[in-house]
Design a protein around this ligand. Structure first.
Ligand code: RRO
Length: 306
């Protein structure tokens, strides 16, 4: 019922982890591998191992999360040599410079079935999110397309993870850039960057790094996520992977209705653990039964306007 395709690759279900949650260590990745996650997606990696920002760097409530993890990861070589037999394994790449991204793309092992090039980490002090720099993004995607061209012909997934956009001009400009590259999958959205959560009783910020500023996720980002999913679904030929505000089957349904071929779980996976995949999958199936849909292709992108 939940089978889907991302670019040219087929999957038995359409739900997997958002990069950043439960995917840093080998133990985390193995948990995803044996879970009902459709794909195992790694933590965004840099060439060198990183410990990340100071703690506390994550805080959540019923409706939202804020994080400033600061790209803690085991380093590129670690993620590049992971090998799973009968489940796809994607590597998220988030080099500190365009050149290190290029290097990592040039040296991918054959174990990797796809990448998610992260253009949207909001939490590195002094560094802007690449996805908001249209010229730099265009240049990186052009070079990456050349490097990955042969792999893409063999059904490799060249995915990118975008920050949220909020303006018509930005949706159109980014879609134009993507349409001139070999990108075949777009994950919308990363956390909404540089939010600030405060505690009115203690007068303090909820997290420590960057004076409390961090990426916002959870329920409250769903309208922004759906808007980005739907815009890029309409404006590109890429598969869209929805991410943002999915904690139950109906949230997943809404993302697919707006055009997502698959969805990722971030904040809810952090709160609930890998059991969330089974639960959300069965809730999505239940809702599809009520609606009379036997396959997600029956309603994918079928959003109706008033
Ligand atoms: O590690 C992080 O602080 C982080 C990353 Br790389 C990202 O892409 N999105 C996010 O919310 N946190």
């Amino acid at each position: 019922m939940l089978k889907t395709k991302i670019a040219n690759r087929e999957y038995k279900t359409c739900i997997y982890n958002a990069s950043g949650v439960n995917c840093r260590s080998k133990q985390n990745l193995d948990e995803l591998y044996i879970s009902n996650s459709a794909i195992v997606l790694s933590k965004s990696c840099t060439i060198q191992e990183r410990k990340g920002n100071m703690e506390p760097r994550y805080f959540d409530t019923e409706t939202m999360s804020i994080n400033s993890s600061g790209l803690p990861n085991m380093g590129y070589s670690f993620y590049n040599t992971i090998n799973y037999s009968d489940k796809d394994y994607f590597m998220s790449i988030s080099g500190m410079t365009p050149n290190t991204n290029i290097f990592m793309l040039q040296h991918l092992t054959d174990n990797i079935n796809g990448i998610e090039l992260n253009l949207s980490c909001p939490n590195i002090k002094g560094k802007s999110q690449l996805g908001y720099d249209f010229e730099a993004t265009e240049e990186l995607l052009r070079k990456a397309s050349e490097i990955l061209d042969d792999k893409i012909k063999n059904d490799f997934i060249f995915g990118i993870k975008l920050p949220p956009y909020f303006d018509e001009l930005h949706f159109n400009n980014m879609a134009d850039i993507i349409n001139n590259t070999k990108v075949n999958s777009i994950t919308c959205i990363n956390s909404i960057g540089n939010g600030l959560v405060v505690n009115p009783y203690s007068n303090k910020t909820a997290i420590k790094p960057k004076n409390g500023f961090g990426g916002i996720g959870g329920d409250i980002v769903k309208p922004t996520a759906l808007a980005n999913v739907h815009k890029f679904y309409k404006l590109t030929n890429c598969s869209i992977v929805g991410c943002g505000g999915i904690s139950n089957g109906i949230d997943a349904y809404e993302h697919i209705l707006c055009g997502a071929s698959a969805v990722q779980i971030g904040t809810q996976l952090y709160k609930e653990g890998v059991g969330c995949f089974d639960r959300i999958e069965s809730q999505l199936k239940d809702f599809m039964l009520i609606k009379g849909y036997t396959n997600i292709s029956k309603f994918k992108g079928q959003l109706e306007y008033l």
